[in-house]
Design a protein around this ligand. Structure first.
Ligand code: NAD
Length: 482
């Protein structure tokens, strides 16, 4: 039976005003999993009005900080209690392996707790301006936040934006990705049970152009927090400019991994494979272009091929599977077209893994891990975000050459460096133009530390204290005292 869901506006579960629905697919089998309301500008208007009314009433924005903190701590407890159900639904909706979905849910619970802790520790400043006056800086919530998220970490991304926005005292209208709305639709139940007043948090389900862009245009929205593609990020910035909305953009990447000859290969090889194949390669910070120092190049390419061949494709609920299907048929076609173009351009196909043997998965959106060596530096697989399990390896001769190659990208989200020389690690850490540089690791993004891009990977930061400040205004209060 296909489940029929409603969306959540002003504390009530509602259908869309137009009465239209859209289908959500299980990427493992290609079958319809659920239908959800297709929000239009009218529904978005309802949600923004509800959020604005709640914000202006002060039921959340002006309550005692410790009460606000308690609600978020309680929400973390409820997420933990519902961990297994949330994770299984996430697997069905997104295709990712269960253990990855469980890790996402655990981190989401922690993020709620982390920001709950901040609520009572947000202080202002007193600025010295001479004996006759006092300048106070107050931190105030920005207002109504439009949170627009992609499909690769559906619940985690929804919480990553909602938790700091609520901690700051804002109201939120969340728009999940149309491919993966199901776990985000459980968040209202969780927050309601935790004690969040109605109207403070709303979810509209719908596509990018009608639901997403109506949110960005809406005059009652103060801030847009967006995670998604570069193309849509640029468009959001243009649309938001009309009303000078505050915008945070977490966009794509084509992050480099650099393996020096002195690296500990027992860690560098699996770490680099994890950096590209984790979450089916549908990771903004995937270190998908790999530079290997000349002296160890052949050895590393052979070891990466062996490591990649260990990846097991299957249903996300199969405990043997280490990689699930891609999110959609169109994403599968897109990734396959990159693989074809790399072959046509003469890159050497080092390894391509096996598709799942189970006939029940024949219509699933699977693409096996694929490794190319020797691709031209300007080729599409070396320069464009593929968002799939495709690695491109090139050799390098010197440190200065590899720094230049790594920085030669419009993106700057992350980079990974494998070396045992401390001075080299620090030189690279400073020289690489990226929001995060991992030394002897790839992909950790602790929720206490800021996350975000240089260059066209976006601006603003999520997570850590900077992630909270994105939802607050600074107000200067000047008092003449003499
Ligand atoms: P996408 O840009 O197509 O969609 C993201 C969200 O934006 C969806 O909810 C979509 O409905 C909405 N949207 C689409 N058009 C819109 C419009 N005109 N106005 C408002 N909203 C609109 O991205 P995607 O394909 O869902 O996600 C993959 C992308 O996300 C990749 O580029 C990836 O790198 C990026 N990403 C970045 C980070 C990061 O932290 N930097 C994290 C995860 C994903």
């Amino acid at each position: 039976m296909v489940a029929k869901h409603k969306m959540y506006i002003g504390g009530r579960w509602v259908e869309s005003r137009s009465g239209t629905w859209f289908e959500v697919y299980d990427p493992g089998t290609g079958t319809v999993l659920a239908t959800v309301p297709e929000a239009s500008a009218d529904d978005v208007d309802d949600a923004c009005r509800a959020a604005r009314t709640a914000f202006d009433s002060g039921i959340w924005s002006k309550i005692a900080e410790r009460t606000r903190a308690r609600v978020l701590f309680e929400a973390a407890n409820i997420v933990r209690r519902r961990r297994d159900d949330l994770a299984v639904l996430e697997v069905q909706d997104s295709g990712k392996p269960l253990r990855d979905a469980l890790a996402d849910i655990d981190e989401a619970a922690y993020i709620l707790e982390y920001y709950a802790g901040w609520v009572t520790k947000l202080t202002g400043e007193v600025i010295p301006v001479g004996p006759e006056a006092m300048s106070l800086v107050l931190r105030e919530p920005m207002g109504v936040v439009a949170a627009i998220v992609p499909w690769n970490y559906p619940f985690l991304m929804a919480v990553q934006k909602t938790a700091p926005a609520l901690a700051a005292g804002c109201s939120v209208v969340l728009k999940p990705a149309e491919q993966t709305p199901l776990t985000a639709l459980l968040l209202p139940e969780i927050l309601e049970e935790a004690g969040l007043p109605p109207g403070v948090f709303n979810v509209v389900t719908g596509d990018g152009i009608h639901a997403g862009e109506s949110l960005v245009r809406h005059p009652l929205v103060d801030k847009v927090s967006f995670t998604g593609s570069l193309e849509v990020g640029k468009r959001i910035q243009r649309v938001a400019a009309d009303s000078v909305k505050r915008v945070t953009l977490e966009l794509g990447g084509k992050s480099p991994a650099i393996i020096f000859a002195d690296a500990d290969l027992s860690r560098a090889v699996p770490g680099t494979c994890f950096g590209v194949f984790w979450n089916q390669g549908e990771v903004c910070s995937a270190t998908a272009r790999v530079y290997v120092e000349d002296k160890i190049y052949d050895r590393v390419v052979a070891s990466i091929a062996q490591e990649a061949a260990k990846v097991r494709l299957g249903s996300g609920l199969d405990p043997e599977a280490t990689m699930g299907p891609l999110i959609s048929h169109s994403q599968k076609q897109r990734v396959e077209s990159y693989i074809r173009s790399a072959q046509e351009e003469g890159a050497e196909l080092v390894v391509q893994g096996a598709l799942p043997a189970n006939p029940a998965l024949a219509a699933g959106y699977f693409v096996p891990p694929t490794v190319f060596a020797g691709a031209a530096s300007e080729s599409a697989i070396m320069t464009e975000e593929i968002f799939g399990p495709v690695m491109a390896i090139r050799r390098f001769h010197s440190e200065s050459e590899v720094i230049a190659a790594a920085n030669n990208s419009p993106y700057g989200l992350a980079a990974s460096v494998w070396t045992q020389q401390l001075d080299r690690a620090l030189r690279l850490g400073k020289a690489l133009r990226a929001g995060t540089v991992w030394i002897n690791d790839s992909q950790p993004a602790p929720s206490e530390a800021p996350w975000g891009g240089y260059k066209q990977s976006g601006f603003g930061r999520e997570l850590g204290k900077p992630g909270l400040e994105e939802f607050m205004e600074s107000k200067h209060l000047y008092l003449r005292i003499q």
